[in-house]
Design a protein around this ligand. Structure first.
Ligand code: TTP
Ligand code: MG
Length: 602
């Protein structure tokens, strides 16, 4: 077998870069399981009405199918298809409206809560509505210690340290389900421990997937590895209702190449979580030696330029310093070169975060075909503000059930946190070119201002608060953002609150009461879903909106994609990936669907 070293030198990889690669520390002691629910929105409707399961079911937002169930996919429907086309292909398709996100948000919270309770560490992190990371290191380590190495195929996975009878039987001599690579070959002594832990991780993943299906009726596609980036990416290999384990070696040796390297190398650079649209374009430009085209042609007819992780990794002189030089600029993160250098090699030390009590931002946005008058802007801001305040009430408040604070037995509400900043963002549409075409723009502009305190009123109703927010804060802010009275045309408006200040400390209550409330909350609320993350705003992507140009502009708000630990380089941080084929930016959750778009026959 060729070693990584000989292979690399063939490709002109410098020794220098190789040294740096080998100096990267991979933390292989964790066991991370990544869940991606299958056709999530459609499954939510099916869970509400199981009769839909046997019918082709599609979920509509604006004029598009955002997802459809597998019966519909079997009949030729796909994500991001126009409704009109879908009806032609499958006239008996059942179409349900998915513009109100409440049911998806609730289902997402319920499934998250279920998964979190199924593991010991409590380290469960939601990414978007339909992805969850679980840190199962402690469960796997415990079960490694109780393995009977003389009879691995009759093992028992213990799910409760206090009760050895609770668990399931499994065959610990091999992983459950598909692996990457499919034919793993013999495991070296050096890799045996990691391999064994991954085997246990794969069986735990199978158990959790089945529990999710049996108890909640949802199927998922799962990835098993030692960190977030690897578990998320490897899960994509077998969809739906399946799982994939990335098996060792994770490091190259004289006799074998690293499966992590081979796996990561095969990805387009824009597919790596954490490398947003702008970063990947900068990297492409250096590798190609010219500006990568992405803006030509029709919506889906852009360039097919592909720059893989391998192209980047083996580029002459490539390493953390070169990446730092390529990527640094105004506002860039310090040490970005080293971070990205690690990510493209599957190194990701970021912990699976625990549930957060309050989201770090709430963000509501909508996109428009044409928005070019102040009157219309005022109307849209009003709708967005109404949604924003409703969401603040839902996500930033709790019942204040202290006896002396109840009103005839009905609990009053109290704020868990006050956002300190209000932010208005717009995405101006570039003017039409002389030849009638229009350049694509992903650029957003934003302004922040202090959150006005009247917005926290518990007595005024939502409509009145929204009116005042628009009049007193958002319209003046808008005027600063767009000083010209006319001449602009906006394709998107986003209103967000950020910079949360938790209120327990400055509560009027005594310290003792706060502590008792804290314990009560731990008992009551921690068990259940609180607010784990910024709720995601699955919204139609820029390209999909372009596709819809000319269609009716609907006043449906969606919540904006939150920043994640894999931050993006967008001006307003969005969880955006770039399509490897056409270079368009697509929210991470929509990337696979978008790619399928390319595979469509003309
Ligand atoms: P995905 O994970 O892309 O799709 P999915 O879960 O429906 O299907 P799959 O089995 O292929 O994973 O997106 C998650 C949800 O996000 C999806 O159910 C609907 C929603 N969504 C949008 O709101 N807009 C979009 O453009 C896409 C693609 C999805
Ligand atoms: Mg999904």
């Amino acid at each position: 077998m060729r070693t990584d070293a000989t292979k690399a030198s063939k490709q002109g990889e410098t020794l220098d870069a190789m040294d740096r690669a080998s100096s990267l520390k991979r933390h292989d002691s964790r066991m991370i399981i990544h869940f991606d629910y299958d056709c999530f929105y459609a499954s939510v409707f099916e869970a509400e009405n199981p009769a839909l399961k046997n019918q082709p079911l599609a979920v509509q937002q604006k004029q598009i199918i955002v997802t459809c169930n597998y019966e519909a996919r079997r009949r030729g429907l796909y994500k991001l298809q126009l409704i009109t086309e879908a009806k032609k292909v499958c006239p008996d398709v059942v179409i349900v409206l998915g513009e109100d996100l409440t049911r998806f948000r609730n289902a997402s919270k319920e499934l998250y809560s279920f998964l979190r309770k199924s593991i010991w560490s409590g380290q469960a992190e939601r990414l978007g509505f339909d992805e969850v990371f679980l840190d199962c290191t402690d469960m796997v380590n415990y079960n490694i210690d109780i393995l009977n190495h003389n009879d691995l195929s009759h093992s028992f996975f213990c799910l409760d340290q206090n009760d050895p009878t609770i668990g399931f039987q499994y065959d610990a001599s091999e992983p459950f389900g598909p692996t990457y690579p499919p034919e793993a070959g013999a495991v070296s002594d050096q890799d045996l421990q990691l391999y064994q832990r991954l085997v246990l991780g794969s069986h735990l993943a199978r158990y959790l997937r089945h529990e999710l299906e049996n108890e909640k009726g949802y199927t998922a596609t799962v990835g098993i590895s030692t960190n977030k980036i690897l578990s998320k990416l490897v899960g994509n290999l077998h969809k739906p209702k399946s799982q994939t384990t990335l098996v060792p070696p994770y490091d190259a040796s004289a006799s074998s190449e690293s499966h992590v390297t081979t796996f990561m190398d095969s990805h387009d650079i824009g597919r790596i979580p954490g490398i947003g649209f702008k970063l990947s374009q900068k990297i492409r430009a250096r590798i190609l030696g010219r500006q990568p085209a992405f803006d030509e042609g029709l919506v889906y007819g852009g360039t097919k330029e592909k720059v893989t992780v391998r192209d980047v990794r083996t580029f002459l002189g490539m390493g953390p310093e070169m990446l730092e030089e390529i990527l640094s600029g105004p506002g860039s993160q310090r040490g970005i070169g080293g971070k990205i250098w690690g990510l493209i090699q599957g190194v990701d030390d970021v912990e699976v975060s625990q549930a957060k009590k309050v989201p770090s931002q709430i963000s509501i946005e909508d996109s428009y075909t044409r928005l070019d008058t102040l009157d219309e802007v005022r109307k849209k801001l009003n709708l967005l503000s109404n949604s924003l305040i409703r969401r603040m009430h839902l996500d930033l408040m709790e019942d204040d059930d202290d006896a002396e604070n109840t009103d005839h037995g009905i609990s009053k509400r109290r704020w868990l946190a006050h956002p300190r900043t209000l932010r208005l963002t717009t995405r101006p549409r570039p003017a039409v070119n002389p030849d009638g075409t229009r350049s694509r723009s992903f650029n957003r502009v934003s302004r922040s201002l202090p959150m006005p305190t009247f917005a926290f009123s518990l007595t005024e109703n939502v409509h009145a608060l929204a009116d005042r927010l628009v009049q007193d804060s958002l319209i003046p802010c808008f005027r600063k953002l767009h000083p010209e009275r006319s001449g602009w045309n906006l394709s998107l408006v986003n209103v967000a609150v950020t910079n949360m200040a938790e209120t327990a400390a400055d509560s009027k209550d005594s310290k003792g009461r706060d502590i008792s409330r804290m314990f009560r909350r731990q008992d009551d609320v921690l068990k259940e879903w609180r607010i784990v993350d910024e709720d995601v705003a699955p919204h139609l992507t820029d390209d999909v909106n372009d596709l819809l140009e000319g269609s009716v502009d609907e006043d449906v708000c969606s919540e904006a994609t939150p920043p994640t630990s894999w931050e993006s380089d967008e001006e307003v941080q969005d969880n955006v990936d770039v399509c490897g084929r056409c270079g368009l930016s697509v929210p991470s959750f929509a990337l696979l669907a978008h790619e399928r778009f390319h595979q469509m026959p003309d």
